[in-house]
Design a protein around this ligand. Structure first.
Ligand SMILES: Nc1ncnc2c1ncn2[C@@H]1O[C@H](COP(=O)(O)OP(=O)(O)O)[C@@H](O)[C@H]1O
Ligand SMILES: [Mg+2]
Length: 333
């Protein structure tokens, strides 16, 4: 029996950016409950705890925990995703075992240009890209269309149809919008139009396993609509994007293609120093080659999210996932 504190951030009152950005933070509360339920079902002692939004309280909060393992569902502190790694740091500094990735991996993955540069330098295929801090600086030539994203957000914040643009003038206009609206540089990536595959990886007792591949089903998208997972498609259940954006089992990949995707995802996981579990998102180019577009440490493991659904297709229960994640918790020296 392991004593586990399932810690999450309840920042629903504090979101920045668009008011609708707030919806993204609510899911973590029910995720925490389901993790605790699954752990109790396996005989562990689990409690859910909301992290205080005041950053100054974090170190004290962690210092007061009397558990064997912290299950880390913290995605932001005081509404700021940039502070996500601070909670893992606090566990490190207090010598408390915690699940998932170390702060370094979170920091790298939250800084898309850094993650992409490291992956590229390690031979992991990534889309060609440039970074714009102002919007008017000279940039290397890209082939269009491109997608313009905030460089330090995740959960599809700032991603909508208007993010995909077909010429330099539109690219610069969108980059300026992102820079102003999200107060951070924009990353502009060549748009990889092919299939979008989600690769879920988890450290099981048998080593780092890859769960059955999932895919975004873009079949229902009208031709004029860019095939992307927009913010609305990910979070706003009443939107057209949401109705159209389905995650399904990836079908019809031949063995060589599957092996290539899995190898690329595995390398991305190691290059960025993820631990425990993670999700690597790739898109296939016209030749079927996978390009890593996003690496997600500590991805959503709600029972109805893609990770757990992929696990279910592999014959694993939600409780298997959370037990393995607890078993692989990092115990700082
Ligand atoms: N270079 C790209 N080529 C094609 N589609 C992309 C590219 N980058 C992002 N996308 C689309 O935008 C979505 C969100 O981008 P992503 O980089 O994963 O941001 P986030 O970290 O917010 O999830 C992806 O799921 C994908 O549909
Ligand atoms: Mg993503």
């Amino acid at each position: 029996m392991t004593r586990v504190a399932v810690v999450y951030n309840d920042d629903s009152a504090l979101a920045r950016g668009d008011a609708q950005d707030a919806i993204a933070v609510q899911g973590v509360v029910s995720c925490a409950r389901s993790v605790a339920d699954s752990l109790r079902a396996r005989g562990h002692a689990a409690e859910t705890l909301a992290l205080p939004p005041d950053p100054r309280a974090v170190a004290m909060f962690v210092g007061a925990l009397r558990v064997d393992v912290v299950f880390n569902l913290v995605e932001a502190i005081g509404g700021d995703a940039r502070r996500e790694p601070a909670f893992a740091w606090a566990c490190e500094l207090h010598g408390i075992a915690y699940t998932g990735s170390p702060p370094r991996a979170m920091t790298l993955c939250l800084e898309k240009p850094v993650a992409q540069a490291l992956l590229g330098a390690s031979g992991v295929p990534v889309p060609r890209h440039v970074v714009l801090a102002r919007g008017d600086e000279p940039v290397a030539s890209l082939s269009y269309p491109v997608i313009v994203k905030p460089s330090r957000e995740d959960a599809s914040h700032g991603i909508e149809s208007a993010s995909v643009v077909r010429d330099e003038a539109a690219m610069r206009a969108r980059a300026r919008h992102v820079i102003e609206h999200y107060a951070q540089p924009a990353i502009v990536e060549e748009f990889v139009e092919g299939r979008e595959i989600n690769v879920a990886l988890i450290a099981s007792p048998r080593g780092l396993e890859i769960l059955p591949l999932s895919e975004i089903d873009y079949a229902g998208f009208p031709p004029e609509m860019p095939r992307i997972v927009s913010y609305a498609g990910k979070w706003i259940e009443t939107s057209r994007d949401w109705a159209l954006t389905q995650v399904i089992a990836a079908r019809g990949l031949d063995n060589a293609q599957r092996a290539r995707i899995e190898a690329v995802a595995r390398r991305a996981f190691y290059v960025l120093g993820l631990h425990g579990y993670g999700r690597v998102d790739v898109r296939l180019d016209a030749r079927g080659e996978p390009h890593v577009i996003d690496v997600n440490p500590n991805p959503d493991i709600s029972p109805d999210a893609g990770f757990a659904l992929a696990a279910a297709r592999g014959g694993y229960a939600h409780a298997d996932l959370v037990e393995w994640i607890v078993a692989s918790a990092r115990r700082p020296e």
